[in-house]
Design a protein around this ligand. Structure first.
Ligand code: DLL
Length: 437
């Protein structure tokens, strides 16, 4: 075993049999909890002909119905709340409109276990109470900042709660406070690397040793670039609001996939079309069951992330199952500048603003920053406008889309009949980024 550090060694190195017994015990209780307290899920179980009495352990997991984003949308905002609201201390939320937004509720117990998971991630990259942890994920509704902030406190690091953006200030605090661990999206880490270089800093001028980067897909090539430009080791971290936030899984110093905190989040891989459970090592959609969350306990939640699981031994000593970097999605969600975007959200704005749904979305990554270009076809009537009017209309539409998504697109209004028509399923999105190996 390497000289790896653990936040909760008894869990992180637990033998498989013991882990499975623990998972089974928790699952039985969790199913009873959600059945008793979430009428919507109870109805789903009844429809499938299953009751809590049928669930004796993880071997019975497959009997339970799935939860999808559509279910969450249907039950927005409180339909999945499984405890009295007075027991909740926090909400977090995904980006998106009211309809697409997921509002996740947390009791203090839920916050604690989430922060424990983030603490495991920080210690797995060598973090201790000697470290200065710069958290440059967004704070607020987004889970990135609050999650890593809590983990950093638990480890005892000196925490710099920077939030995202304001690069000048990030660099000043990184240098003056001698940050040793950086937490942010990989694209922002790459941007910080470039910004430091532009200001004449060499990689060895900063005190950083490790970075914990996630919330969006990134490649091994990007990892190498970031490691070089910041002079650090760059580690991946995965999570989603529905399940808690960052720290559902995390990389250790082996950098060979992310260990899933499976004492809290039970993972399965399914075929996204048939919903059949696939054996370990096969590629499919990742599904999570929260084993001991109280307020918002997702059971068999379909993440839409395409992934592979492995129980191969890891030389760090952790026995927690590992997932590969997500390899894509089984839905059309894009992650642009860390924001989850569905093309249908853009279409909704176009229709609301009086445009026809003839559009094309192009996403790219220029200088490590995602770009979003939206080409919208004008009708013959709209096209008779002057250039000045078109420019004003582009600005107005970009503003409306920004209000919906929270990110600024470049809108291009184009002449009638210039966007290619499709004979089959319309191809409306071109993602030119290289996001997966
Ligand atoms: O992105 C939570 C998070 C914050 C993770 C900070 C890591 C660090 P959501 O906004 O709900 O939550 O987005 C979740 O982002 O289903 C994946 O598609 C994608 N994602 C998250 N982490 C990774 C990663 C946060 N390391 C969605 N690699 C997920 C690839 C990731 N995709």
């Amino acid at each position: 075993m390497s000289n790896a550090r653990f936040y909760q060694p008894e869990i992180e190195t637990m033998p498989l049999e013991e882990m499975q017994a623990l998972q089974s015990e928790k699952l039985v209780k969790q199913v009873r909890h959600i059945y008793d307290n979430v009428p919507y899920y109870r109805a789903k179980m009844e429809k499938k002909g299953v009751t809590p009495d049928d669930i004796h352990g993880i071997e019975d997991l497959h009997k339970l119905p799935f939860i999808t984003k559509d279910d969450l949308r249907d039950q927005y905002p409180k339909g999945f709340l499984a405890v009295d609201q007075s027991k909740c201390v926090r909400i977090q939320s995904t980006s998106g409109t009211t309809g697409r937004r997921v509002v996740a509720f947390y009791t203090q117990h839920d916050v604690d276990l989430w922060e424990d998971c983030c603490a495991r991630a920080i210690m797995a990259v060598g973090g201790t109470n000697e470290d200065v942890c710069q958290v440059a994920y967004g704070y607020g509704l987004f889970t990135g900042g609050p999650g890593l902030n809590g983990g950093s406190h638990k480890v005892g690091c000196l925490t710099l709660p920077m939030s995202s953006g304001n690069t000048e200030r990030q660099i000043q605090f990184m240098m003056d406070l001698e940050a040793t661990i950086l937490c942010c999206t990989p694209s922002y880490a790459a941007y910080l690397g470039e910004s430091l270089k532009e200001r004449g800093y060499k990689p060895e001028d900063n005190k950083l040793k490790a970075g914990i980067f996630g919330a969006e897909p990134w490649t091994e090539e990007m990892r190498r670039d970031i490691e070089k430009s910041l002079g650090i080791k760059a580690y991946d971290i995965y999570g989603l609001t529905e399940i808690s936030g960052p720290g559902v899984s995390f990389e250790c110093t082996e950098q060979k996939g992310m260990h899933i905190n499976e004492d809290h989040f039970l993972a399965e891989i399914i075929d996204p079309d048939t919903e059949e459970v696939l054996p370990e090592g096969e590629k499919g959609e990742l599904v999570f069951t929260c084993l001991d969350k109280e307020a918002f306990p997702m059971v068999r939640y379909r993440t839409r992330d395409i992934c592979v699981l492995t129980r191969e031994k890891c030389s760090c000593g952790r026995t927690l199952i590992r997932m590969r970097k997500p390899m894509g999605r089984s839905d059309d969600m894009l992650i642009i500048r860390g924001v989850n975007v569905f093309p249908s959200q853009i279409e909704t704005v176009l229709l609301q603003e009086g445009y026809a749904p003839n559009y094309f979305i192009e996403v790219d990554r220029v200088n490590n920053t995602d770009t979003l270009d939206i080409y919208v076809e004008l009708t013959e009537d709209q096209f008779s406008d002057t250039v000045k009017a078109v420019t004003a209309a582009e600005k107005a539409l970009a503003g409306a889309i920004k209000t919906m998504l929270g990110i600024n697109p470049a809108v291009h209004l184009v002449a009638p009949k210039t966007i290619a028509r499709s004979e089959g399923k319309a191809v409306r999105v071109k993602d030119k980024r290289k996001l997966h190996d």
